[in-house]
Design a protein around this ligand. Sequence first.
Ligand code: AP5
Length: 220
Amino acid sequence: MRIVLMGPPGSGKGTQAKRLADRYGMKHLSSGDIFRAEKSSGSELGKALAKYMDAGQLVPDDVVVEIMAKAITAVDSKRGLLLDGFPRTVAQAEALDRTLAKAGSPLDAVVEIQADDNAIVRRIVGRRSCPACNKVYHTEFMPPKDDKKCDACGAELVQRDDDTEPVVAKRLDTYHQQTEPVMGYYRSRGELPVLTVDGNKDVKDVTADLTDALESLGNV
Ligand code: AP5
């Protein structure tokens, strides 16, 4: 199955995508993780991406589409694909359709995780991330065993540069203005299943709702 996971910043897309990818053996592709890896490599491209990311703005479509089309095409077409953070504009959604059509493997479903703006700010400000293996924690809701280190690989946990209150407010604004219309684009297609789950619940309850939703489609 090829699934797009949508939802505002901090709704739990990354947390849930990792759980679903483990459960179903799907390939999880996160545009944010790919861009952060480029950023920490210190490359010219990474420096250009950082300007947008650290300000809570979207990276321009042509840059995003080139990077993501390459990453998607590299995934074994027999393997399930879970896209997290891409597409984020209608132009990106149209480009994704073209990439998947070329590969002969169109989307099977779009799943939106909804969450309230207040819950989002609390989640993002308390998030701690592992720069080595991308595992995500929360100081209150999902603390690591050792306050500062990743349970999985022992690396020092960090707070993302864009996880501050003012940048979160900007990211939410960007989401409402530029990314919400993507849901309208998918809904208007009619033949494509578009599912919504409540992301305000506990992590494990959201996972249960997502697995029920995906299994209701069969083929997962
Ligand atoms: P990206 O990394 O994609 O950020 P985002 O969409 O803002 O999403 P987040 O990673 O902040 O949140 P999430 O939904 O994955 O939540 P998580 O599971 O971590 O993008 C970053 C930037 O890159 C963008 O701003 C943009 O500049 C650029 N970019 C990326 N893709 C782009 C694109 N396609 N086009 C243009 N620009 C692009 O959870 C958050 C926290 O909450 C964690 O601490 C977690 O432990 C906790 N948590 C999760 N679920 C729960 C729960 N149910 N209950 C309590 N706590 C929870």
